[in-house]
Design a protein around this ligand. Structure first.
Ligand code: FAD
Ligand code: GLY
Length: 378
């Protein structure tokens, strides 16, 4: 092994999670940091995402996962400001809020249930009549029955976020090695000592696995990887000359995310189809149907582009964060499933704390890989 190349910290995977951890470690003056990326940096799930920061629209109760999401969301204004100062890249944090529409009887029951638990928890949520909702967003369907408005659910342009994080790495001496797929972890006496590709070995004092949907494919002698599954999400977008919507808009079946430049993202499918990133005719039909249900006037527009990405999902649907209990100096941050963009800033802090050897934080305990030690794949 070439020890002259030895980084103190080797991060495997250059999505939003790996990049955010690298930045947080550098801010705490860690030593040499290297990111090994199988393809190009930030081109998988983190690139495919819609960029919604939506703890109130995307969780179902005030449990640990909600608190994780909510705390991470609160970090975003500072995260965006710091990244702008550090890199000159605006990540377009848009705090105009999120509207959640009820279009059927069943939807009305669903959103009232959401309203009730959020009010009980003291969250900021407004219950709007159909007229109030249409006043806020004139292009939504006349069939809207009522709506919720979440002033604290926001969005970012996730591709700009990836560009900012990459730039941060480049100007802060974080080495990025692309087109380099790690096949296995090198483990000696229950301690990780590096990682191996097909032909090369990288020694490291500490290894962080941040490889999203591909987590279960890594080999490591004597170590059981937690099972993480790819869940495909297809998205399409419409291009409009001027911005039609101010807020992010959900129905229980889909969502529209209006970008600053007039694009409207319509998402998303949730499909258990293995490592297949194809866009399908059925997927596009589904997305169009849901988009038109929210905003029938989109019928006159042809979608400009579509794509798909693989969300990383653990057996219990929750993130896996922190130190590996069986192996010294091995850490993991994966399975962010539908909320990895939202969870990136807090994940970075949790991992940096764990690596610094601070007392295991509340979230590193709750979301530890320990819970899968004896679990079977689902
Ligand atoms: P990825 O971005 O997939 O990065 C993992 C990286 O690891 C990849 O670059 C990959 O090439 C690399 N890699 C894999 N194997 C290896 C290996 N063996 N060696 C080296 N490198 C390797 N989240 C939100 O918060 N808000 C949203 O609105 C949102 N919308 C979404 C919409 C869609 C359609 C999809 C698909 C996802 C959405 N998500 C959203 C979820 C979010 O995208 C993910 O949770 C997040 O991107 C996961 O980040 P990651 O860095 O773990 O994974
Ligand atoms: N959070 C949006 C999605 O996963 O589609």
């Amino acid at each position: 092994m070439n020890l002259s190349k030895k980084p103190e910290i080797l991060i495997i995977g250059g999505g939003v999670v790996g990049l955010s951890i690298a930045r947080e470690l550098r801010k705490r003056s860690a030593g040499r940091i290297t990111i090994l990326e199988r393809g190009a940096i930030g081109r998988e799930a983190s690139y495919a995402a819609a960029g919604m920061l939506a703890p109130q629209a995307e969780t179902d109760e005030t449990d640990d996962f909600f608190h994780l999401c909510n705390e991470s969301n609160k970090l975003y204004p500072g995260f965006a400001e710091e990244l702008l100062a550090e890199t000159g890249v605006s990540i377009e944090l848009d705090r105009r809020g999120t509207l959640y529409l009820a279009l059927t009887d069943d939807d009305v029951r669903q959103i009232r249930h959401r309203l009730a638990w959020q009010r009980r928890a003291g969250l900021n949520v407004e219950h709007l009549s159909a007229n109030e909702a249409r006043k806020l967003e004139p292009f939504i369907s006349p069939d809207v029955r009522e709506a919720l408005f979440f002033p604290n659910d926001w969005q970012v342009e996730n591709r700009k976020l990836l560009a900012a994080l990459r730039k941060y790495a480049e100007i802060n001496d974080i080495q990025i090695i692309e087109n380099t797929e790690v096949k296995s972890l090198l483990i000696e006496n229950k301690r990780v000592i590096g990682a191996a590709t097909g032909g090369e070995k990288f020694a490291a004092g500490t290894v962080v696995l941040a490889i999203g949907a591909w987590t279960s494919l890594i080999k490591a002698d004597g170590l059981t990887m937690p099972f993480v599954k790819p869940i495909r999400g297809q998205i399409l977008y419409y291009r409009t000359a001027k911005r039609l919507f101010g807020t992010v808009i959900y129905s229980p079946r889909g969502y529209l995310v209006p970008r600053l430049d007039g694009r409207i993202l319509a998402g998303a499918t949730v499909e258990d189809v293995g490592f297949d990133k194809s866009v399908t005719a059925d997927g596009i039909d589904f997305l169009r149907e849901n988009a038109l249900e929210i905003a029938p006037s989109l019928v006159n527009l042809e979608p400009s582009e579509s794509w798909a990405g693989l969300r990383p999902r653990a057996a219990d649907g929750l993130p896996i964060l922190g130190a590996f209990p069986e192996i010294e100096n091995l850490f993991i941050a994966t399975a962010h499933y539908r909320n990895g963009i939202l969870l990136a800033p807090l994940t970075a802090k949790i991992l940096a704390d764990a690596i610094a050897g601070n007392v295991e934080s509340k979230y590193a305990k709750i979301f530890s890989p320990r819970r899968f030690l004896y679990a079977k794949a689902f």
